[in-house]
Design a protein around this ligand. Sequence first.
Ligand code: UT7
Length: 314
Amino acid sequence: MKKFARIVGTGSYLPPRIITNSELENSLDTTDEWITSRTGIKERRIVEDQNTCDLALEASINALEMAELKASEIDLIILATTTPDKIFPATATTLQDRIGASCPAFDIQAVCAGFVFALTTAQQYIENGVAENILVVGSETMSKIVDWNDRSTAVLFGDGAGAVVVSKDNTTGIKHAKLCSDGKYLSSLHVNNNGINETGTIEMMGNEVYRIAVNRLSDLAEETLKDCNMTPNDLAWMIPHQANIRIISAVAKRIKLPMSKVILTIEKHGNTSAASIPLALDVAVRDGRIKKGDNLLFEGIGGGFSWGSLLVEY
Ligand code: UT7
């Protein structure tokens, strides 16, 4: 009998400190009007004394609670992050210790596509019978790698974490996944350090990233629907990586999906990289928009470039 990996619990966490666009007007040559109209972002959360694992822990506790599972029942932890607490060990192993699990744990680095890469990896472990319950987390403290003097990037990012528990199911769950990478775009979006002993900050050629993101994500959405013999009508919701409202709208328009079927959190979260999809998922599960049996399309793209999609029956 085919095994599916099914999402049985979601959780999220945002640090309490809110930075509004108006606050950024005081430190940068920018305006609320520019940020809102170009990106859809109004505010973002920023850590003060917390690290990536602190955020991941809170989101994971919430997801386990919804799944009605104890940490000791988790067989594997996969944590997607671009902003690990340390170069090593993996932030996932710190999370494993702090949450009270005794399973293998590892990090995945695919920047803003990290959660899609992590959930696809979890799917393989479950479908192949290697694990039954997996905790998949996207957690980021992007504020630590932002150049706060660079208005072209500082206004975009935020901190936060989202988590899901996926369990073996005999009926439904993840129906399709596709991952892609193209390393020739390294200089379009990267952290500008030379070697691991140097710290750096995010550098991005915004226009180029924007154009490629719209094209790659539209093509991938169409391909995913075709592979699943579905049309946009079969989707209950698209839950895209939240980088820019104009990218999300352009993709929705291209694939003929009404914006009323898109989950948006960018206004309040900004771009939280690997955390943005599970954060948006948890918001919409908890406010009742997403219901059991809904077909969900997850899509994300980020540095590398790396990008991917998942078609999930919730
Ligand atoms: O999550 C990973 C993937 N990342 C993305 O998907 C991000 C993709 N890129 C984008 O979302 C957009 O390109 C941005 C939001 C980053 C920039 O928007 P844009 O419409 O592409 O603006 P632009 O870079 O073409 O800049 C337009 C103008 C420039 O001024 P000039 O040269 O026309 O005089 C910029 O200097 O806006 C200026 N500008 C700003 N002005 C006020 C850039 N940042 C700001 C700012 N406030 N914060």
